[in-house]
Design a binder for this molecule. Sequence first.
Ligand code: NAD
Length: 295
Amino acid sequence: MECIGFIGLGIMGSPMSQHLLKAGYPLIVLDRVSELQKAIVAAGAQSGASPQRIAEQSDIVITMLPDTPDVEQVIAGKDGVFDGARAGMLIIDMSTIAPIAAKKLAREAEARGTDFLDAPVSGGDIGAQKGTLSIMAGGKESAFARALPIFQAMGKTILRIGDSAAGQITKAANQIMAAINLEATCEALVFAAKAGVDPMLVRQALMGGAAYSRSLEFHGQRILDRNFVPGFRLRLHRKDLDIALATGKAYGIALPVTAQVREMMTNALGEGQGDLDNSSLVMLLERLVDKQAKQ
Ligand code: NAD
């Protein structure tokens, strides 16, 4: 089996790398938080020293990092993956980053004789834990075929969407829908509660009808439980809407409602909610409603 280097062992990367270990892949892991790295090493992985060293030791390198600059630094920066890459290697970025950056990294990789796939995921922390992620890839067909058994260890719905960056465009579309659905869940539950009916029963009723959404199911439950421990950090969702809006601007595509939800998220970040779950967006709405009530 090919040796895999895995960089970024956060909420998503930790369970994803555990699935690769379970599937029998030799694994070398790295995270700047040493406790996260130690946990996967304790489960059977080898400890990585730097992105460059990991690339030298692996056939395939996977990154699962927060944002575009993190991925650019780890792959193309000093002592990065490119510095240790050789012809025939495959680099797979599974983070959510700007499509334009994914395309640039793919071009740079190609110039070194290395394949590059953008393969962001959807399904959240639960999908990562259960190994049921949706994986949307962009890049060469031959690279996708090589990566497929690895993707199958971590996901269920696995598609090559098209050439380089097609995966990131798909993920941006996903995040537009996820954000608008989240805002809808927040508004509906705050509306019901403030109008004097039980939001738990409202969610139950809506779940069985045309308004059902995954957001209503999972975010709705979190909101009722007041459980804002991050499955998906609010700051990362705002980052994804920035990516969608910048991509929309580049293609001349208006995204008016996405822009509004992005503003709501920015306000919530200003209130210190960046590292809470994205469902904590509801607190912003509650504050708005309370403020209006006092006027
Ligand atoms: P996270 O913040 O929990 O994890 C990111 C990890 O990367 C952290 O452990 C951090 O220490 C590590 N890291 C950052 N810079 C590093 C560096 N230079 N070297 C080594 N390690 C470094 O984030 P997450 O929720 O796991 O998300 C990862 C990516 O997946 C993001 O792009 C996010 O948008 C996307 N995503 C998240 C979810 C979700 O529900 N959490 C779902 C789908 C996609």
